[in-house]
Design a protein around this ligand. Sequence first.
Ligand code: NAD
Length: 484
Amino acid sequence: MRQIKHFIAGEFTAAASGVRFNKHSPLDNSVICSVSEAGRGEVDAAVSAARNALQGEWGRLSTDQRVELLYGVANEITRRFDDFVEAEMSDTGQPEHVMKHVFIPRGAANFKVFADVIKNVASESFQTDTPDGRGALNYTTRRPKGVIGVVCPWNAPFMLMTWKVGPALACGNTVVVKPSEESPHTATLLGEVMNTVGIPKGVYNVVHGFGPDSAGEFVTRHPLVDAITFTGETRTGTAIMKAAAEGMRDVSFELGGKNAGIVFADADFEAAVESFSRSVFLNTGQVCLGTERVYVERPIFERFVQALKARAEAVKYGRPDDRHANYCPLINHEHRDIVLSYYRKAVEEGATVVTGGGVPQMPSDLAAGAWVQPTIWTGLPESATVVQQEIFGPCCHISPFDSEDDVVAKANATDYGLSTTIWTSNLARAHGMGGRIDVGISWINSWFLRDLRTPFGGSKQSGIGREGGVHSLEFYTQTRKRFA
Ligand code: NAD
């Protein structure tokens, strides 16, 4: 069985205590690897390595040299593309085509994009008037913030981790990464890439383990970690924010969502159905930007419900590398129990189950996996549990709406504010609506399109701060002002 170790100061090491945990396959619940769990000692060692690296060769590199190294990282990921695909697929059970076309290429791109940003972005300067008439030059420079704690989820592990590690390193910081206990592989593999490319020891460190009273908490409470970037549940973000308050450490948070999708009667019907079949069911709904609340203008409501039902019933269950399959299991049984508890709650609260609501019959080799049916409900009030709470599963509630004001009010009636997708052929309306919904990202007649140069983040309880392009520099650097 594969043994997964920490990556500290350029070396793969196991915990001195010998404590390990098993990672199970989502597909069939078999044990796929044994992972070393970091205690305080390993986290201390990783943070010290990261601090020392700031003072060493890494801290002395020119921007050009750093940029070259990060291009090297991206190229080496591409050279080892199949290893990354295999590692991510075995952890998450998600379809190979999603790995190959989105998650792994985006992981490599995260190093190139932020290398380009740091190379090309200018700093601010003003000519300031002074009473003696000579004037002064007032300018800023950017300095790395220091050691960044990076805490990541399991749903798109490599893409989401490199989204933070790429800009952190481009800005000259060092990192201690705590991947999710459910997806230890690709962060570890990236350690091999760092060594091959010649990234100095201690710049990139990985410690494995869980959250509370484990590696996650030890990293985020560590006094020598200067700032924390986190993607995960809002509840976890709250705990991390409390930890970061000690020592006044900065945070950047990408958190949960309960995203609304809106379809007007004048929308391109087929394109909308096709898009919602992805935004609701892609990766079994384990996508933070996915749609769990769908609002459809009344004249096309019934037709839309039936069309999405047909898509839900047409998904093809199977292994990630099965070319005929497009639908994967949930990450584990614990998460499936949570999703199924929401399925039961919807029925208790009076939902009409349009399709799904349970566990599919699977062939014997996959029967022990965390499979769950894609599910659609109608008929619930806005106050219903499954309309209010993030489920992170392959399900949505569909409601009819009658006016723009009505649907805007419903879309905004949530504590979350991550994203929305609006479908209409009336572009003036679409742009107007996009501005009225309190979210970080509004898609118009599209979903999941991203340009890494633009800001990404959520409003309300979906996040703090924006990352992407030059916006990442706000978090990963500190500006210093000088007068001359
Ligand atoms: P999670 O919050 O349970 O775990 C995320 C990470 O935090 C894991 O590494 C975990 O070990 C660690 N952790 C847990 N408790 C901790 C603590 N007290 N202190 C320090 N670390 C702790 O999230 P998850 O289940 O892995 O991911 C799913 C969630 O992530 C969903 O809510 C989803 O919406 C969200 N998400 C958001 C975005 C975004 O960009 N906004 C992207 C992907 C996922």
